[in-house]
Design a binder for this molecule. Structure first.
Ligand code: GTP
Ligand code: MG
Length: 364
């Protein structure tokens, strides 16, 4: 089978050639974790894949370009502790045209959208908990962010977590926009901050690179319009699109238990349009969507791609970074969760077995 024959149960058809393995992984959907040892038979992996296809739920094949429609950009705000990320997000929230009452209850949400006052453009921002989710997503290979806004306080310049954020953004291949914050402070040293960024490999525009920086004061709300304009220009360049039809795919930004509403998660839908009554699977958790809310706690009927939504109806709590996949039926969702539990158990047993074997060998 591996070498072009259909006799994949032949005793010689083991996968012990790394180059061949690479080709198989790419071509047949084998993953490196399918190959347990050089003696693993192709037939065993195929059996596993078939089981996975039948019992688990998987993302759909990529959409055709004709199925794509424009979607709003998803922006993660990152930076060092106390450099003003939350203040910036609060300021942006206030500049939002959606100036309705918060009903006295300020919802904590990992993501929110801002509608610009002079256009119909909306930007989705991921809040600080989104920061934690960002690394979780990275490790799971789920990319939800289009742009990183790197907040650097002009009084401190580049600090440890600034460098970390730059690393995250680079690894995820996400473009950075620098927001030099606290420019209202007398101690603000903008040239020094820019120099520090340049040292960290941020090719700022004024030094001949293509990274834009904007001087702002999140507290005094200055420079915010320019920052948002810069974000929109970057987003326009990226021509962000998504497929709003079919079974939903998304990512969990954060999850928690609310005393009144039960288990809920903030999610960003990436494909399809989420509606009440849908069955979802995320990691080993599943839900029958009982309702959805926007960042102001208002009920929404549907969540299209790019828009954050709080989803209630989870039977267990999913984790930040989990991929959300819609199932056609409750049975399918339950089956997928059960299959994933079994797989996890199997993996755990294999790890335990290896550990025991190693211990025994040490004894001998
Ligand atoms: P963590 O969530 O702890 O990482 O901090 P953060 O980056 O969210 O910073 P936060 O917004 O909480 O701001 C920290 C402090 O800096 C607060 O006391 C803010 O009032 C202050 N601050 C934020 N932005 C500005 C600004 O533009 N100018 C001045 N003068 N102070 C600011
Ligand atoms: Mg904060």
């Amino acid at each position: 089978y591996v070498e072009g024959t259909d006799d994949y149960d032949h005793p010689g058809a083991t996968i012990n050639n790394m180059r061949l393995l690479d080709a198989i992984v790419k071509k047949c959907g084998f993953r490196p974790d399918h190959i347990k040892s050089p003696q693993t038979k192709a037939s065993e992996v195929i059996h596993e894949l078939e089981e996975e296809r039948d019992l688990d739920v998987k993302p759909r094949p990529p959409p055709k370009p004709s199925e794509l429609v424009p979607r709003c950009p998803i922006v993660t705000v990152m930076g060092h502790v106390d450099h003003g990320k939350t203040t910036l997000l609060d300021a942006l929230r206030n500049t939002s045209v959606v100036e309705q009452e918060f009903g006295g209850i300020t919802q904590h949400i990992g993501a929110f959208s801002v509608k610009l006052s002079n256009s119909t453009q909306t930007v989705t921002f991921l809040d600080t908990p989104g920061h934690a989710a960002f690394s979780a997503m990275r490790s799971r290979g789920a990319h939800v962010t289009d742009i990183v806004v790197l907040v650097v306080a002009a009084e401190d310049g580049v600090m440890e977590q600034t460098k970390e954020s730059i690393r995250y953004a680079n690894e995820a291949k996400v473009p950075i926009i620098v927001a030099i914050n606290k420019c209202d402070k007398p101690e603000a040293n903008i040239p020094n901050t820019k120099k520090g960024l340049w040292t960290q490999g941020i090719a700022l525009e004024e030094f001949g690179g293509e990274v834009q920086s904007v001087c702002i004061s999140a507290l005094k709300k200055t420079g915010l319009d320019t920052l948002v304009e810069t974000i929109l220009t970057q987003a326009e360049l990226m021509q962000l699109k998504a497929d709003p039809k079919g079974l939903v795919e998304g990512v969990v930004v954060e999850a928690r238990t609310d005393p009144a509403r039960g288990r809920l998660c903030t999610a960003i839908i990436q494909r399809g349009t989420l509606r009440k009554g849908s069955f979802l699977v995320a990691g080993r958790a599943w839900a029958r969507v009982r309702g959805m809310f926007n960042e102001q706690g208002q009920v929404i009927d549907e969540a299209p791609p790019g828009v954050p939504a709080e989803i209630i109806g989870w039977r267990e709590l999913p984790s930040a970074g989990d991929l959300i996949l819609e199932c056609e039926t409750e049975t399918k969702a339950l089956q997928a969760v059960r299959y994933r539990e079994q797989q996890d158990m199997k993996k755990k047993m294999e790890i335990d077995e290896i550990a025991i074997q190693q211990k025994m060998e040490e004894h001998l």
